[in-house]
Design a protein around this ligand. Sequence first.
Ligand SMILES: Cc1ncc(COP(=O)(O)O)c(C=O)c1O
Length: 363
Amino acid sequence: MHDEPTGNPPALFDAYPRLAERVPHVSIGDWPTPVTCLPQFGAAHDMAAMYCKREDLAHTECGGNKVRGLEFVLADAKRCGTDTIVTLGAAGSNHVCNTAWHARRFGIDTVAVVVDQPPGEYVRRNILRGLDAGTRYIPANYVTLLPKLIVQLLSSRRGEQVGRSYTLPGGGTSPLACLGHVSAAMELKRQIKQGSLPAPDFLYVALGSLGTAAGLALGCKLAGLDTRIVGVVVSYRWYCTAGRWARLARRTHRLVQRLDPTMPDVRIDKSQLTVIGTALGRGYAHPTPSSAQLARELHETEGIQLDGTYTAKALDGAMSFIRQHRLEDKVHLFWQTFHTGAPSTSPHLPIEGIPPHLRRYFD
Ligand SMILES: Cc1ncc(COP(=O)(O)O)c(C=O)c1O
């Protein structure tokens, strides 16, 4: 069962107390996540001011950007009497692993329909943690993904479970989950007021399922921050468009306005958002040499570890953007979304305990 809440309430509830009464929420993360300056890395790139928001530290054991959305989604799942979350993703998805890990603490199981992806250290770690949290992994490919998801949902609705199943889209992204990132922007505003950093001119974030970026875009508007949000495509270029990103931010805005009619009107359109598609390389989860080099550099200079699928590419896209537009004298903020689990916290499973379709990641 769930331990005592570990964190402070989300900054969103301070700014809009009515929401606290109307939105389901459970405390999971450690808020606020720290902001750190990156003086050596910045100096090496002739930059005046480079900062990092440490979303990796959102939870000591299972942090990263997904924690913020899970505080709302798991509360909603609990409210619905759910005993199983059904979701989809890549085999080593952070979303699947984080959902299963935290859901287990609320007595909720996870079924994940998963597609193959390039192997990697974090993929193995996530699969092991997911299995340790009781996740049932169903193999699929891009053709069978949706039919298999529907089969899982129907079978759970036919009464094979005690409670109701709850569907989570890929990446765990929905307007409800985006509220976590709206809150992150309000938290950032507070940190700026407290003097932890100057108001950033630019904020860089990985674009996977767009939830983090959409919540931040809305949150910055509501918080009165004039920061330009730059999203770096790390999943699919056809999916990560400024139009889809802006639409998700507007849907999230409509949700909060429904819940709290005092919520101000703000305008979000695609022209306010910048998408960088050049750091993706061969595709989702395929590492690129330039991003690996930057990740090494950041680790050596500032001790911050990135991953090759999301954050190293986000930093790569950010640095190209800064160079290309000669923005070295501006204030930049990098959104560090990847939790580096200490290897000692990864469970060990004998190979026989790993479903056959997932064993190839351990070869
Ligand atoms: C470490 C990490 N960073 C960034 C992202 C992208 O976030 P979003 O899916 O909200 O766009 C993900 C998504 O899975 C992630 O796992």
